[in-house]
Design a protein around this ligand. Structure first.
Ligand SMILES: [Zn+2]
Length: 274
């Protein structure tokens, strides 16, 4: 067995690789040990996923939507007591919010007659380069997920030269300068969905592939309605923009659902029941 990223022998590897980080609410989409070796698994957690998850944008998303980390903690969110005292908002187990005021500013806050707490509702986006590598990692793993029961196809994937640049970009980030991706909102982050089987839930993440008439393969993933798309075969996103324009800007995640008003959760989505 060889790792799909570094191609080193991986039969002894023991870690399960989560395609979407557990800290983004993914409990079900993972690859069995050895598809991604322990060393790459560890590298992605420390150098790729953490940087993205610690960005203001994802911290805010995790806080406002109440997504616990692997250790079952919802990360606190930075906030300000007007005008400039930095505090933290803590999500309690019952869903209420507490403001944590650092002891060194406690007297100052206690003397205030009234105060206003300001917290960002979206947060600073991850660096483009880091987000791109994060998406590339998810894309390669989602691709491998389709073949986990067919070892000969995983082998073909390892030898596929067309996948070499994206796997190198995800794992080593050494070239090109930046691998473009496309980003847009396809529905409100608080949108509640209903299906025949499940009522009143949110979609934590959903992903799928798009094969365009120009024979380009794109990977598309959405977190709470924010869609990100990356080209599997090259660093340009122009073909996706063209496809969007040719297809009335529909999301590839919803192509088969156009005629179906009620959204049916697919195998590639993770739900958040309310
Ligand atoms: Zn590896």
């Amino acid at each position: 067995m060889k790792c799909i990223f570094c191609k080193n022998p991986s039969s002894e590897s023991k870690s399960i690789e989560h395609i979407i980080p557990e800290s983004l609410g993914n409990k079900s989409h993972s690859l069995p040990p050895g598809i991604v070796c322990d060393s790459c698994n560890n590298y992605f957690a420390r150098k790729v996923e953490r940087r993205v998850l610690e960005s203001g944008y994802f911290q805010s998303l995790r806080f406002t939507q109440g997504i616990p980390s692997k250790k079952k903690k919802i990360p606190p969110q930075k906030a300000f007591i007007s005008p400039n005292i930095e505090v933290e908002l803590i999500k309690e187990k019952d869903g209420s919010n507490t403001v944590r005021v650092p002891t060194e500013v406690w007297n100052q806050v206690a003397q205030m007659k009234g105060c206003q707490i300001i917290f960002p509702t979206s947060g600073t986006r991850p660096e483009k380069r880091e987000m791109s590598r994060f998406l590339a990692k998810i894309a390669v793993e989602a691709f491998a997920q389709r073949f986990v029961d067919k070892p000969h196809l995983i082998n073909d994937m390892l030898n596929d030269e067309q996948l070499e640049p994206i796997r190198q970009w995800a794992r080593y980030g050494n070239s090109p300068e930046c691998w473009s991706f496309h980003e847009r909102r396809i529905y409100d982050r608080n949108k509640r969905h209903n299906s025949d089987d499940v009522k009143n839930y949110q979609v934590v993440h959903e992903y799928d592939f798009l094969f365009t008439p120009q024979n380009e393969l794109y990977f598309c993933v959405a977190f709470f309605g924010e869609e990100f798309t990356i080209n599997i075969g090259g660093a340009s996103i122009d073909g996706y923009k063209q496809w969007l324009s040719d297809n009335k800007e529909i999301s590839p995640l919803y192509i088969d659902k156009r005629s179906n008003q009620s959204f049916n959760p697919t195998a590639n989505s993770s739900l958040h029941s309310l």
